[in-house]
Design a protein around this ligand. Structure first.
Ligand code: TRP
Length: 457
């Protein structure tokens, strides 16, 4: 495909909304609150913020640079920019990460459909807290039903993907993202006006520094990468569809701010309600699926609140599954010269296979573990905590040390037509701070840092 002919998003708003749609998803509304709950609340939130500002933002700008400069998919980008070198490994890492993330993400997305169905049919009302837990466990662990919903969710994603970039991704995001914000704000207002809501807000915003340890830091970094969709070329692929006039720094800033805002709103929606009803914030991945319907159920018109909430979650998930699917589809379409629909079919098939295994790993296959984790948790762990930060680190090293500073600046300022006031600061963080910080967090988590310290003390 010639460079000039490559499709681009239709408008400025379309660019921002599609990219926000990619970033905002289950990561913000399902994974962020449960990670915050498990990792002790406000102290985790603080480290998460530090990771977003000092690692997330620079990596996002750098991915935008690569994507729009090369106008190719995640792996193809490096073949264009660094032909004959091994840097395209970053892209392959990304394509694999897309499959692995979708392998559990599509399952959780499927759960949202089950809950939409239950809220709609009225079967969520009149249950006790114990019923919710038991029902969730028996549903998530069963053979057939969750797989059916996973299949339906992958099908929806597939249909949007094959209708193409402009018609599919952009239109879907334009309609869905504003609705998402609106519903989220309504639910926040409902939550903070509950009795004892302040306990939840304290948990979220008053840090207890004694809770910080290496695994909390790795979790916060993983969450930052996961939530911003960085480190695996997703944003390389999306920015390859940006037009020449798109302001890359502003887009990165807008996406980072909006994504973080949605995560905080999700926290404000969930924790006051959790505390108001005396529920444990450490419930884990179940937090959203067990706690919230129970919470909603104790409100007037509970069924309607649940219905609204799970539609919101499903919508947010869909705009993200689209982006992950696109990484793999664009790769196969462009690198193997397949038609888009054929590439999409291969990708959907692959996701379904992984999805079926990870869904069954909650039930029938729960005894089969990898490093002590079931298949579902294993996919989550290796992507968020290993593949994404590693990918982000390599992206920064590549651009920091292999790309001419002038070329970088020209692309990020649209050939000098828009200013980039903090360019040198950005470049410093991207080249040195991000790779070194990510490296140290890895070493620390592996326990190597403390062994090293002992040599000197
Ligand atoms: N960021 C999305 C979320 O928060 C998930 C996601 C979409 C993602 N594309 C990604 C995560 C690419 C990592 C990499 O739900």
């Amino acid at each position: 495909m010639s460079i000039e002919k490559r499709v681009t998003f239709g408008s400025k708003l379309g660019v921002v909304l599609a990219t926000v749609g990619c970033a905002v998803g289950l990561g913000n509304i399902w994974r962020f609150p449960y990670m915050t709950g498990v990792n002790g609340g406000a102290a985790f939130l603080l480290i998460y913020f530090v990771c977003i500002i000092f690692l997330g933002f620079p990596v996002m700008v750098t991915e935008f640079f690569i994507g729009r400069k090369s106008r190719r998919n995640a792996a193809g980008a490096f073949k264009v920019m660094a032909p004959g070198t091994k840097w395209s490994i970053i892209g392959y890492n990304g394509v694999f990460a897309a499959f692995f993330i979708l392998g559990f993400y599509a399952v959780v997305s499927g759960w949202t459909l089950e809950y939409i169905y239950q809220a709609f049919s009225g079967s969520l009302s009149g249950k006790s807290a114990i019923d919710f837990k038991e029902d969730f466990d028996s549903f998530a662990g069963s053979d057939f039903r969750p797989i059916l919903w996973t299949f339906l969710f992958v099908l929806m994603t597939h249909l949007i993907i094959i209708s193409g970039v402009k018609k599919g991704i952009e239109r879907a995001s334009k309609i869905m993202m504003p609705i998402l914000f609106l519903i989220l704000i309504i639910l926040c207002v409902r939550s903070v006006t509950l009795p004892n809501a302040h306990l939840g807000l304290d948990f979220l915003f008053k840090p207890d520094f004694s809770k910080i340890n290496s695994s909390v830091i790795l979790s916060a970094m993983g969450q930052a990468f996961f939530s911003l969709s960085i480190g695996m070329g997703c944003l390389i692929t999306y920015s390859s569809y940006f037009g020449k006039e798109t302001n890359l720094q502003h887009t990165a800033l807008q996406v980072t701010v909006l994504d973080t805002l949605v995560a905080i709103l999700a926290g404000i929606m969930i924790f006051p309600a959790v505390f108001s009803f005396g529920i444990e914030p450490t419930a884990g991945p179940e937090l959203v699926f067990i706690t919230l319907p129970n919470v909603f159920n104790q409100l007037p018109l509970g069924n309607i609140w649940s219905l609204i909430f799970f539609i919101l979650l499903g919508v947010a998930a869909l705009t993200s599954t689209i982006s992950l699917h696109e990484v793999a589809t664009a790769y196969m379409h462009e690198e193997y010269k397949m038609t888009r629909s054929r590439a999409a079919l291969f990708v959907s098939g692959g996701i379904l296979i992984l999805g079926i295994i990870s869904s069954l790993s909650m039930g029938r296959l729960s005894d089969y573990t990898i490093f002590g984790l079931n298949f579902f948790d294993f996919l989550d762990y290796i992507t968020a905590k290993i593949m994404l930060p590693l990918g982000g680190m390599l992206i920064c090293i590549y651009v920091g040390f292999r790309v001419d500073r002038k070329v970088l600046k020209a692309e990020l300022t649209n050939e000098g037509t828009v200013p980039f006031y903090f360019f040198n600061t950005y470049a410093f963080f991207m080249k040195y701070v991000a790779p070194i910080a990510i490296g140290l967090i890895f070493l620390n988590e592996l326990g190597l840092l403390s062994k090293f310290q002992k040599l000197f003390v």
